[in-house]
Every structure is written in C-alpha cells, then in structure tokens.
Design a protein around this ligand. Structure first.
Ligand code: IVH
Length: 692
C-alpha cells in the first residue's frame, strides 16, 4: 500500500487522511479479531496495515497521538494485567482413568483417521506437570510477550513476570525468523515450595496449600519483584505457531535445542502397551521427582494427524491425560468445623494434625456432607487416611481402628448456623446438603455472595478481595452487591479507615467505576444463583441476549404451564433443575430489589451472539455413501465445527447432502425433495475454503 515513493510525496494533510483511514481499518479488524474471535482479514494483511501505519508515523511523528492504534496495542490498563487474546485457543485435556480408556482413545483415533488397517500410529508420552500453563511469544528468537492461559481464549499479559522464570530463555538460538509461540507449564519444585513456606511462616506471610498454588500466586503478581524473588521453573511442551517439523517429537527436540527446558522423561511410543509402560515407570519414579505431576499426557506424534483430528469442545482429540492415583497419608482428625457457602450450604471441614502427603503439608480436608461422615463413621479424635490429588481439596478416605473402645461419640450435624444469628438449619428431602435458612439475613451467606460477586469470573473488582469484603461488610459499608456501586458517595468513610489513603481509595473507586459496564453473561454469573456457573450463565446470556428481556421472560416463566417456562427449560444445557433454581431466585423479593438496583446503576451489555462466516453455519447436512478422502467422523466433526448440524436422515429440514459413491435411498429422497446434492470433492473444497 505504501512504498518510499508515495511517502515522500505526501503532504501532512494527505498523511493525516491516510492515517485516519488506516486507523479506522485497523480498529475494525482488531475488533473482529479480538471481540468476536472472527477475523475479517489474515494476520499478514493485518500486520501489513499496521506496518503502513507505523511507517507513516515515523515520517510524520505528529500523527503518533495517544489515540492512534499504535499507542493502544499492548498498553496495560492502570490496574491489573492487560488482556491478550491467544491466536490459537489454549485447550485443556480429556482424562483417561485406566488402561481401557487409553486403548479406547487410540482406537477412536484409528477410526477417525481411517488407520484401522495399518495400525501405524505413534505417540509421545510426557509427564503432566501440575503447574499453570503459559504462552511465550518469540519474535526473531527474542522473547517479546508472555501470557497466562486465562479462559483459554483470552489470557493475562504477564510478559515481565515470566522473564524471571528459570527455563524460559530470553533469547533462543537457531530459531527461524518471525514469530514463534511456545507453550508450556510454569511450576514450583517441591523442595523450593517447602523452603518458601518455611520462609513465609517466619515473616508472617501467606502460606500456600500446594506447589501449584504457590506457583500461581507467585506468578500473578503486579509487583514483578515479588515474582522474581520466587523460585519458578518452566517446561516447554508445545509449539503453537511458527514453522513446524512433521512431528511433536521433533518439535520437542527442536525446542530443547533452541534453549528451552523440555522434560527428560518424555518418550516416543509405537503402541498402547508402550504408553502404559511409560506410565508405570513414571508412577514408580513419582516420589523421587522434585516436581508434582498429576498424570501422563499421550499425544499423537504426527502434527498433520493432530490437525486433522482437531478438538471437541475444549480438548483436542489427539491428546489425553492418563491420571495418576492420588497420594495418601495417615493423621489424626482433631476437629470438625462448619463452613457456610454463598447459597447457605453448610460444609463440614476436617481439621487435621498437619501431615506431609507426597511432599506437601495438609492440615484440612473436606468432609462433603453429613451423610458422608455417617457412612464412613468419621469421629473427632480418629486416626484417618487422607489423600490429595492435584488441585482437589484433600479428602478423608477411611478411618483406622474403628473398633477402638475409647472413640468419641458420633458427630452430630448442627441444628443452627454457626453465624452470630444462629439461624436454624434445614435439610430438604432428597437433598444431600443441609442449609442455613437465613438466606441473605445470614451474615455468613451475605459475605460469601459478596465475595462471589467481586470474584474473577464475575465483576472482577481489583482491590476488593476477601478480607476487604469481610471488613466492609462488618462495618456496614456494603451489605449487598449493589452497595458496591454507591461506595463513591462514601469516599470520606473509606478515607477514614485504617490503612486507606487517597491513592488506595482512588484506585478502588476507579476499579469499581470500570465495572459499571459489564457483560450480560458475567452479570448473570455474578448473581450467584444456585447451580448457575459460568457455563450456564453464558447459555442464558446467549439465549436471552439482554437483561431486560431475560427478566421479563423469567417473570413470565413463573407460570410453569406457560411457553416462557418451556423455553427456559428447553435451553440446551439448562434443564428443569436449573430452571427451578433460577425461578426460585427470581421469586425472592430481596433478590428482585437487588436486580432493580443493578438495573439502575449498571450498564449491562447485550451478549455477543456466536457468529460464523461459514457458508454452512446453521444448516442441516446429511452425509451418505462412501467418503474416500475423509472418514465419516472426521467429516461430521468438520461440519459441526463450521456451525452445521449433521443429521442421519433426510427430511424437508435438510439443507445439503454430501453424497459419495454408493449413495442410495437418501440421495433419491433428497432429489425428490429438491435438496442440494454435492460430491466429496465439492465438500472438501467447501471445508477448506472455510479454513482460511
Ligand atoms: S498439552 C492441547 N502437555 O495440563 C493440549 N499439557 O489439562 C493441552 N499440562 O492447561 C496441553 N503438562 O497446563 C500438555 N506435558 C503437558 C502438560 C500439560 C501439564 C497442563 C496444561 C494444560 C492442562 C490440560
């Protein structure tokens, strides 16, 4: 678009006009790319536009203003971390729990790729490190950007934090020119974790529950000097961008050569039996490793196969995590406490004599509910076997010496809530949990709801952590979530608080103001309705699109015979149980008042509906006859990923038939109905066209 010729000839006015044009274009494409995950031009075209903009600004520095897109990219907001949209989503892994699952996994892949005859499928087995994943971008070998996984699509910019992690080279040697993306796991060694906790105990700092939490807490620090002081390490396990060798095995070797840390226990295997041998070897070695692992990951070695296999939901079809059994230890149960959740559920918690389980000290365990305690006959003072598995809260597996004569009496569930109001508790028929009946009158419940409201997946209000929520609640500054948005009017009261000055109050109020505008889906999740997590909140948001519309529909749905109820219950992934939880929430007067107050104080943005530019998006497709270039499951998955519905039978609702040789009655019926019929080649052209 621009070369040195036309730059020389431009007047300032012309340059301005051109700059304006480029800025508008770039913003438009950036919005399509980041906002809806639906890029309108290729990366190269985008980069070219950006390069034009930068070279124009180099010649006319007065154009490089604060509001130029050149100033926006990579700019961190005043608080918290900037967001980074991953070019390729960061996926998670499906689990295999036993050898049969592993052999099923291999069989599924054979069928998908049509390899049943040859049975030539190589894998790579590598330890699944229990840390947190990170994405590293290298430009011409130089480390330029690092991000957390986040929700898989958008992560946090932790470029500076990752610089002090051992195993992350600042400069790679021998990489190809251009952009290379590395993915891997940041973790803390068991020995470093124990030393860190000992040090934290000495200085009265935070004690971490396990190495994973310690790694996460150390990495996500706005003050990077804290991160730098913590002993973090890294293992690279994939390359997501840049020129790739034909296999994963070679990718690993190459990353090692470039100067990245790659786990040495990794092995290439030709059979399922060989994978299981590696698994058993790693299981044996586990206790001697200085890092925690919670499984062994098996990956299809050939990258072209990985591409063909693609992903289902959020996990690739070409990889699986074979879980390792939980680690166990014995200790004494000293006390049973009760915790109150945001919906009033009472959870018994076991307090234990601290004991090391697989190198990590455990002092608490969950007891789930009273039936569980009765079933296992767990009593205070018992010696118990506990187990810990990765991120899961430690559990009591069994009780030792149950025939002892000097045991305490069986534990009794509480009849009143442990909160100062001592509200009665109740256990509904058919429910496993006992609940406090105080609802929002119970201060414990009210505080838990507030904590949920400001938590990361909800309003994500920086500076309003658990401790502040508790003390603000106790002092009457905030009683319900809507009060948070009135805090600006109580600036003087905030300033009068110990430890709060102008800057911290300003920062908090700014963080609150920044959330006055909120996405509909986050808003629904933040309400803390029983059983409505992030996934169901998204379903509701996408179905009802806008808050007012949703409220109207929920009012109408209180009539269980009516169409609005049927509609709610029929949303894929919602169902009658959740529908009832939502309607129960909506029928409580305090909740309705709260929703009204939110409506006045907040701007709730309409949900972004999933869009797809695929030509078969929303269409119903039937595959019939023999496919020669793709297997049936592969074709089906491809069509689904393009937004189509795949059906087995032809009807008036069918939009397209892909007919291979041997297509019979379905083809005839389609002809009779006048439905469009294409052959496999045309289908492949269609599928590939949508890839680009
Ligand atoms: S592969 C698409 N390899 O496990 C493939 N992941 O449940 C996903 N992890 O978020 C990543 N060690 O944080 C892979 N050797 C390994 C891993 C590994 C640990 C973590 C990673 C990921 C999670 C998936």
């Amino acid at each position: 678009m621009s070369d040195s010729q036309d730059k020389v000839e431009l007047t300032l006015a012309q340059a301005k006009a051109k700059h304006n044009f480029l800025a508008v274009e770039i913003r438009l494409h950036a919005k399509a790319y980041y906002g809806s995950d639906d890029p309108t031009i290729t990366d190269t075209q985008y980069d070219a536009l950006f390069k034009d903009l930068l070279s124009l600004e180099a010649d006319f520095p007065e154009l490089a203003t604060q509001d130029s897109p050149s100033a926006e990219v990579g700019a961190a907001p005043s608080s918290g971390f900037a967001k980074i949209t991953h070019r390729h989503p960061m996926l998670s892994l499906a689990n295999a729990l036993n050898p049969q699952d592993v052999s099923d996994f291999s069989g599924r892949i054979d069928r998908f790729l049509g390899l049943e005859e040859t049975r030539q499928l190589a894998f790579v087995a590598e330890p699944k490190i229990d840390g947190l994943s990170a994405s590293l971008i290298y430009q011409d070998g130089l480390y330029v950007q690092g991000a957390t996984r986040g929700d898989g699509r958008v992560g946090e910019d932790i470029t500076k934090n990752l610089k002090s992690v051992a195993g992350i080279a600042h400069q790679l040697t021998g990489t190809p020119a251009g952009r290379v993306e590395i993915r891997g796991e940041v973790y803390m060694a068991k020995s470093d974790f124990l030393a860190l906790n000992a040090h934290q105990a000495e200085i009265g700092g935070k004690i971490f529950a396990n190495p994973r939490n310690a790694a996460a807490g150390s990495l996500r620090q706005l003050d990077i000097s804290i991160t730098a002081s913590r002993p973090l390490r890294f293992f690279a396990y994939a390359q997501a961008d840049g020129p790739l060798p034909p296999t994963h095995w070679e990718t690993l070797a190459q990353m090692r050569q470039w100067g990245l840390a790659v786990n040495e226990l990794t092995q290439r295997c030709d059979t399922v039996e060989a994978l299981l041998d590696v698994y058993n070897g790693i299981l044996q070695a586990r206790a001697t490793l200085d890092y925690e692992i919670d499984g062994v990951v098996y990956k299809v070695d050939r990258l072209d196969y990985q591409n063909r296999l693609g992903a289902v939901a959020r996990a690739p079809r070409w990889a699986i995590a074979h879980k390792l059994p939980a680690e166990q230890a014995e200790t004494q149960l000293t006390k049973i406490d009760i915790q109150v959740g945001r919906t009033g559920a009472l959870t018994p918690v076991a307090r234990l004599d601290p004991v090391s389980v697989g190198g990590v000290v455990v002092a608490n365990a969950t007891l789930h509910n009273e039936d569980e305690i009765a079933r296992k006959d767990i009593r205070v003072g018992d010696r118990v076997v506990i187990q810990r598995a990765g991120d899961v809260i430690p559990q009591i597996v069994s009780v030792l010496d149950q025939s002892r004569s000097d045991r305490n009496a069986p534990w009794q569930p509480p009849t009143t809530c442990p909160c100062p109001l001592k509200t009665p508790t109740a256990r509904d028929e058919g429910e496993a949990v006992r609940r406090c009946t105080g609802d929002l009158d119970c201060p414990f419940q009210a505080v838990e709801r507030l904590k949920h409201f400001v938590s990361r997946g909800a309003f994500d209000i920086e500076g309003l952590g658990a401790t502040n929520v508790e003390t603000f609640y106790e002092d009457g500054l905030i009683k319900t979530p809507a009060d948070i948005f009135d805090l600006a009017e109580r600036r003087d009261e905030l300033l009068a608080r110990e430890g709060w000055g102008n800057t911290s109050v300003d920062n908090l109020l700014a963080a609150i103001e920044a959330r006055r505008e909120i996405g509909f889906e986050r808003f629904i999740y933040a309400l803390g309705i029983r059983h409505i997590g992030q996934a169901s909140a998204r379903l509701l948001a996408q179905h009802y699109a806008e808050n007012d519309q949703w409220r109207g529909a929920m009012d109408a749905a209180q009539d269980r015979e009516g169409a609005a109820y049927l509609e709610l219950e029929s949303i894929d992934g919602i169902g009658p149980a959740m529908a009832n939880d939502i309607l129960a929430y909506m029928s409580v007067k305090k909740n309705r008042n709260e929703l009204d107050r939110h409506g006045q104080k907040l701007t709730i943005l309409a949900a972004q509906l999933p869009t797809s530019s695929s030509p078969i998006s929303g269409k119903v497709i039937v595959f019939t006859g023999t496919l020669e270039k793709m297997t049936r499951p592969e074709a089906k998955a491809k069509a689904q990923s393009m937004g189509a519905k795949v059906s087995d039978s032809v009807s008036k609702k069918t939009d397209l038939i892909v007919a291979g040789p041997g297509a019979g009655s379905k083809r005839k019926k389609a002809e009779a109905l006048g439905i469009e019929i294409i052959d496999e080649d045309a289908w492949i052209t269609l599928a590939n066209a949508t890839l680009n």
